[in-house]
Design a protein around this ligand. Structure first.
Ligand code: ZN
Ligand code: ZN
Length: 401
């Protein structure tokens, strides 16, 4: 019988690879379009490996379950889609095993009134439904197996907030009922501990207008009008500590977006539109401010170099931040200018990390730009087409054996 030569040689290659201990670095990028209801995935080192997934609306993308699953939260379309990223990293202690296959969409989707903030903590993926008055709690390990079995966490009043497991309780933002006379809704007063069934398990911790949650080390942090609230899990319940904005920072300026380092105990937050703050939850000084030359478009922490982060400002410059020194160490032009005037959801660049590169979506150019962290030089671009907007990256380095 005729046997195609190509198949035979491919078979030989595969069996050779299977015998060797192969060192593999593989990053896969998922990009949501601003206008079209679709997500594009491509391999960073071989962008011709490309997949497109239809969504219902514009998606914000989150890599969860150790990067095995990508969640596409579509706030305006009341739906959440899930993708198997096709890359799994299995830690063996001294090294990780990496397995690479094609990404695939889950058959099951999650629907609910205005899904928004997503928290991935302690093996749980929790999605707040801002107009539903509840959060959906998903198990990360089950998600990695393709199972979507949400458990509802009830909240008193529907609001733009978050829910997270914290030690032996659940922490949720709390909102007040809208005034009956039609006057504007009151600010969210704070956070509170609950049982999994939503029964209060502690008093309200004041954090006016609470927004922007992140984890680092032992701490959860969230932005408030009066400062940044830190929360630590203890056997007898959460330990709350308000870090008030110091008097030497510009008055009336607040933090509403926070990132937490996975490798050292530190947070990077915004401080108004044109500054960042490095926040140490345990040691003084709690706040160190970094003034930016223009308003910030997006910022990220570098998991490969925990003492550094990157911020893109509206003039199109990318700045490298030294968290230990709380200063900008390098700046270079990365994109054209993107004014922060206008709507918060206008198409502007978003940042994500992939090893020694910062990836920057450039919606006006239809590109993802690859910028080296070492010198902020552009090492390449990937044409995505359309209006590339939100993105997330999965993968890393491991052994294939
Ligand atoms: Zn191994
Ligand atoms: Zn928000």
């Amino acid at each position: 019988m005729f046997r195609p030569f190509a198949s035979a040689s491919l078979l030989a290659l595969v069996s050779t690879a299977a015998l060797a201990d192969e060192d593999v670095t593989h990053f896969r990028v998922f990009v949501g379009d601003h206008a079209a209801a679709e997500v594009t995935a491509f391999d960073l080192a071989a962008p011709e490996n490309r997949w497109r997934f239809a969504t219902t609306g514009q998606a914000k993308l989150f890599a969860v379950a150790g990067g095995a699953v990508v969640v596409a939260v579509q706030s305006d379309a009341d739906v959440v889609h899930f993708l198997h990223s096709g890359i799994t990293m299995d830690s063996h202690g001294d090294h990780s095993d990496i397995k690479v296959s094609a990404p695939t969409a889950f058959d099951t989707v999650l629907t609910g009134p205005r899904p928004f903030h997503l928290v991935d903590h302690d093996g749980k993926v929790v999605i707040n439904h801002d107009k539903g008055g509840y959060a959906d709690v998903l198990d990360g390990a089950a998600l990695a197996k393709g199972q979507v079995a949400p458990v509802k966490f009830p909240q008193g009043q529907p609001h733009h907030g978050f829910v997270t497991p914290l030690g032996n309780v659940w922490l949720s933002t709390v909102a007040q009922p809208a005034p009956a006379d039609g006057s504007p809704a009151l600010p969210r007063p704070g956070v509170q501990a609950f049982t999994a069934a939503g029964v209060p398990a502690g008093d309200l911790a004041i954090c006016a207008g609470v927004h922007g949650e992140a984890f680092s080390g032992d701490y959860l942090a969230a932005g408030c009008k009066e400062g940044v609230l830190t929360v630590k899990a203890r056997p007898d319940g959460p330990d709350y500590r308000m870090l008030p904005y110091p008097a030497d920072l510009p008055a009336g300026v607040t933090t509403g977006t926070l990132l937490g380092s996975a490798a050292m105990q530190v947070f990077l937050g915004n401080h108004g539109p044109d500054a960042l703050v490095v926040i140490d939850p345990a040691e003084a000084p709690a706040f160190r401010r970094i003034a930016l030359p223009f308003r910030r478009v997006d910022f990220v922490l570098d998991p490969a170099q925990p003492a550094q982060g990157f911020v893109l400002t509206e003039d199109g410059s990318l700045h490298r931040i030294d968290l230990l020194g709380a200063r900008i160490t390098a700046s270079a032009r990365a994109t054209g200018a993107y004014s922060m005037d206008g709507h918060w959801n206008d198409p502007r660049p978003r940042l994500a990390m992939a090893g020694a590169e910062v990836l920057v979506t450039d919606p006006a150019a239809g590109l993802v730009r690859r910028i080296a962290t070492a010198d902020l030089a552009e090492v390449g671009t990937v044409a995505v087409g359309g209006t590339p907007y939100n993105l997330t990256v999965v993968g890393g380095s491991g052994l294939d054996h």
